[in-house]
Design a protein around this ligand. Sequence first.
Ligand SMILES: NC(=O)c1ccc[n+]([C@@H]2O[C@H](COP(=O)([O-])OP(=O)(O)OC[C@H]3O[C@@H](n4cnc5c(N)ncnc54)[C@H](O)[C@@H]3O)[C@@H](O)[C@H]2O)c1
Length: 255
Amino acid sequence: MAKGHKDKVAVITGGSLGIGQAFAKRLAEDGVHIAIADIAPGAGTVKMVEAAGRQALACKCDVTSPDSITAMAADVQKTFGRCDILVNCAGIYPQRAFDDMTFEEWRRVLSINLDSCFLAAKQFVPGMKQRGWGRIVNMASSTLGSVVTGFVHYMSSKAGIVGFTRAMASELGPHGITVNAISPGLTRSPGTLARKPRAGMADMEAEFNFAATMQAIKRVEVPEDLVGTVSYLTSDDAAFITGQTLNVDGGRVRS
Ligand SMILES: NC(=O)c1ccc[n+]([C@@H]2O[C@H](COP(=O)([O-])OP(=O)(O)OC[C@H]3O[C@@H](n4cnc5c(N)ncnc54)[C@H](O)[C@@H]3O)[C@@H](O)[C@H]2O)c1
């Protein structure tokens, strides 16, 4: 169990599948009760959390909607009375060349990936401040440090998350709240498995294997590679780390 985790409450957006689900499982094993806020059903994650002996709540929530986020926060308050840890993991990464990208597609990616972090923080930061303890973890991406195409909206949203993380850390540090981001490399998840492979790649497995050749650690990244970092960053051991974006990508991006 990580230091300071016992009986804390975490809200994980995008916790029904993929990296968010792996985060929920690990934090539950650390002793944290878990609420997931996801547009997709969360029964699978609820089972994992309960198997770890923790309480779980699945809130159907569209993170693009302020009303939906407000309703989710009210559910969390009613069930747990608090949120100590906010993990902003909901995200999408559709690929589209800039020439073909519409303003609606740009806004949708910015809304799901970045606006949601602001809206969720608005709900939970006041309680964290009152208690003088809080942890916020956001998701950046190694694409920010790579040459990739089709991601003008996605990379802009992730650069926004890095800025949001730094700015929030400055404001919330005096209140015992840390704000950090994790930057994964290309990770095998339901979202990436459903993606169309890049030109020249036979399928997504080929793209995963190609990405692995660009890493110092030459194997495909999986969600479990990221869970130790979220556990650490949300623990008491990481109380003096804030405003950081940590690359967890097998050594692909070095900064
Ligand atoms: N997988 C990767 O290669 C990779 C790399 C870098 C960063 N990331 C980031 O990690 C996060 C998780 O990625 P993943 O690969 O696990 O994705 P995924 O598609 O497997 O899972 C994303 C989850 O977000 C939820 N979601 C999507 N839109 C939503 C909405 N409007 N409201 C509420 N929930 C919504 C989905 O239902 C799903 O449960 C994202 O922020 C992504 O940008 C992923």
